[in-house]
Design a protein around this ligand. Structure first.
Ligand code: ASC
Length: 152
């Protein structure tokens, strides 16, 4: 039987190893998860704008803040599609890498629509704001239709 101080040392070692094992599993975000986080960041400004336009709570200053926030994060997801990064959570389709020109065109369409919405948001033409918000939504959908696979 080991002495008490030896047993305490062993227990401490076990606790340390258990902690390290837990950290290793929890901090292991793969490319799919990283991309999903980046797209969720996009939704954090895009969704409240939609809520405002569909309801009666439109406020120009708040809407501009969301449009600016959208612009700040809109490009980030697209830098994270390195070849060979379809993992267990990723819904990316192989077409992203086999049709690079089309993939790039979808990105450009989205980023231009985001720029346009940021500009229109500064004016007072609510119909134009709705139209340009709709163009961003349409570009989300077009890209998903071609390049995002089903839920998994
Ligand atoms: C959203 C969302 C999308 C787009 C798309 C627009 O809020 O999550 O993927 O808008 O549905 O058609």
């Amino acid at each position: 039987m080991a002495t008490l101080p030896t047993r305490i040392k062993i227990m401490k070692k076990i606790l340390l190893l258990a902690t390290l094992a837990l950290l290793a599993t929890t901090s292991q975000a793969g490319p799919g998860e990283d991309r999903q986080k980046a797209f969720k960041q996009v939704l954090r400004s895009f969704e409240p704008m939609g809520v405002m336009l569909r309801g009666s709570g439109y406020r120009k200053d708040v809407f501009i803040k969301h449009a600016d926030a959208l612009k700040a994060v809109a490009a980030a997801p697209f830098s994270q599609f390195k070849p060979g990064t379809i993992d267990d959570v990723s819904r990316a389709k192989p077409a992203i890498w086999s049709e690079p020109a089309k993939w790039k065109a979808e990105q450009d369409k989205f980023l231009l629509a985001v720029d346009q919405l940021q500009k229109t948001a500064r004016g007072d033409d609510l119909a134009a704001i709705r139209r340009d918000y709709g163009a961003v939504a349409a570009s989300c959908k077009a890209c998903h239709d071609s390049f995002r696979g089903p839920m998994r």
